[in-house]
Design a protein around this ligand. Structure first.
Ligand code: NDP
Length: 445
């Protein structure tokens, strides 16, 4: 296998899908050696089959806003690969959503889900709908119209969507309500559900908690801990607040949060009260930045910049893809960063990852570091299937165990001769082998 030949073919077939091609490129580079050492993969054209989604549903979503105007959005579901379990992956609601982004996310999700040790295939979906500034009623109308198309191809043993950017508990509720109405069935069709109608404890915090557990394993591997570490975090969404909570619990200090317009630097560090305050602002759909710096005047807002210019021990990008580039990485390294955990999906550009690896800064890639979210989604599916609810401690313990297993898999396939761990390579190889072997077992389908 020559990664460039495969990429050239893929680019000719899907011109301009840059995020998707970027994601495939990263995986192909990591698995090249192991693929070429195992001729059974080539004989079954595993790569050629793996890089194309099983199917894609694209649909129009028409809905009526509060002013009575008709709105039209595009909806998608990319069912990427179900070799090891039902399709599983979130729904992103954001104006930037397009097929390239959803294909990259679905591709990555396939390997991430394989790493969790749970039986889940990979998928992703969403819409270019922007929930920002919309009323609850408008969000409900949109979600209902979206589900009116999606429901035909999902099911508890077929495809189980979840949240992602722009899709939190409120949206999952509206989507679930419509599915139940159409299917007349109360099943675990979505994850991230409310706790009193089939949700799992810890699910809202799971991605952030899991990423922090994974980072904790990276630290432990270097006989280090979170105690006293300065941590920079970007965003303040579903994921970033879980990171902040757990980092603080483990003794670290989170000094930044951010949005598309800039970042907030709070030298004193976030604490539980500040996080509660931010969550209240978020829940009321308000801008969080200006009220925060008014309420806590020791914090400052830096407009138009990213938090990576603040010196830190650990950087945890938690907002959006490609939010940390080569220059940001150079600056972090110059300022003495010791570890980087990519909590957002593809949060770091390939140039940034090269800088970290060249400088021997342990870098945990998203498909390993942020797998805690989908892992607890998998645990939510198990609880739904058993019609049981596990206690908070039970779910948290399982999450910790899963993140530690992912870390062990990364060490197994990513430890270099000099002892440095290339987590990107480790995660890609471990995820790939599991999916590829399942595909081999199941024949050409
Ligand atoms: P949210 O929409 O809840 O939060 C996204 C956050 O990022 C918001 O605070 C948003 O600010 C901020 N943001 C958006 N665009 C930018 C930008 N260009 N620069 C800086 N900040 C920005 O999404 P999630 O927290 O759910 O997801 C964050 C990342 O984590 C995504 O990459 C997602 O794919 C990944 N992820 C999420 C999982 C989950 O369980 N939700 C699971 C695994 C991965 P504002 O609100 O002001 O726009």
């Amino acid at each position: 296998m020559k990664p460039n030949d495969i990429l050239n073919n893929l680019e000719a077939r899907h011109p301009g899908e840059k995020e998707y091609l970027q994601a495939v490129h990263e995986v192909l580079e990591s698995i090249e050696t192991i693929y070429n050492e195992n001729p059974q993969y080539k004989a079954a054209q595993i790569i050629e089959r793996l890089v194309e989604p099983d199917r894609i549903l694209t649909f129009r979503v028409s809905w009526v806003d509060d002013a009575g105007d008709v709105k039209v959005n595009l909806g998608y579901r990319v069912q990427f690969n179900n070799a090891i379990g039902p399709y599983k992956g979130g729904l992103r609601l954001h104006p930037s959503v397009n097929l390239s982004i959803l294909k990259f996310l679905g591709f990555e999700q396939t390997f991430k889900n394989a790493l969790t040790t749970l039986p889940m295939g990979g998928a992703k979906g969403g819409s270019d709908f922007n929930p920002k500034g919309k009323s609850d009623n408008e969000i409900m109308k949109f979600c209902q119209a979206f589900m009116l198309e999606l429901w035909r191809i999902i099911g508890p043993n077929t495809d189980v969507p979840a949240g992602d950017i722009g899709t939190g508990g409120r949206e999952i509720g509206f989507l679930y309500g419509m599915y139940k109405k159409l299917q007349i069935e109360n099943t675990g069709i979505l994850t991230g559900k409310g706790i009193n109608w089939g949700g799992s404890l810890i699910r809202p915090e799971a991605t952030g908690f899991g990423a922090t557990y994974f980072t904790h394993e990276m630290l432990k591997n270097n006989n280090d801990t979170f105690k006293g570490k300065v941590v920079t975090v970007s965003g303040f969404g579903n994921v970033a607040w879980g990171v902040a909570l757990k980092v603080i619990e483990l003794g670290g200090k989170v000094v930044t949060i951010s949005g598309p317009d800039g970042y907030v630097y709070d030298k004193a560090g976030l604490d539980a009260d500040k996080i509660d305050y931010l969550l209240e602002l978020r829940a009321s759909n308000n801008d969080i930045v200006s009220p925060y710096v008014e309420e806590f005047p020791e914090a400052k807002f830096v407009s138009g910049k990213k938090p990576w210019e603040i010196p830190c021990d650990i950087a945890m990008p938690s907002a959006i893809q490609n939010e940390l580039n080569g220059e940001d990485a150079e600056q972090l390294v110059a300022n003495g960063v010791k570890y980087v955990a990519e909590v957002s999906n593809m949060g770091c550009t390939p140039e940034a990852i090269d800088v970290f690896l060249k400088n021997k800064v342990p870098f945990g890639p998203g498909k390993a570091a942020n797998a805690g979210g989908v892992a607890v989604s998998g645990l939510e599916m198990s609880q739904n299937a058993m019609k049981l609810n596990w206690k908070r401690e039970e779910v948290d313990e399982k999450l910790l165990h899963i993140m530690s297993s992912i870390h062990i898999a990364c060490l197994k396939f990513g430890t270099r001769e000099d002892g440095f761990v290339d987590y990107v390579k480790g995660a890609n190889i471990a995820g790939f082998i599991k999916v590829a072997d399942a595909m081999l077992d199941q024949g050409v389908v």
